[in-house]
Design a protein. Sequence first.
Length: 131
Amino acid sequence: ISSIFTLAWEGLKAVVVTTLDIITAIVSAAWEGVKTVFSTVWNAIKTAFCSVWDAIKDYVQVALLAIGSLIDAAFKIITLPFMGKLQDTVKAAWDKIHDGISETMNLIGGLISKSWEGIKSAISSILTSIA
């Protein structure tokens, strides 16, 4: 009897192990299929998102460059009259300074020349009275 139970137990055990092996193989194969499907779907979503993002990024970059150019042009339009007036004011001030320095130099030159002429005249008079 013991051998009958042992034989029955071994047979039952073999059936259960074989059944579990078959179920494991089926589940494993199904899981690989599911994993492949999810991986493919995820890669497709990622690729689509990256393409959309790149397109949006390009448009935003072009828009920002255009806005920057508009701001730059507006700044130049607004500041150009002031820059011209500032340039005119600085030039006028420089011309006044230059004219003042020139007049001062001419005055000093005239004084030195007159002083020299006076010294020469005095020396000449002294030499004439000695001789």
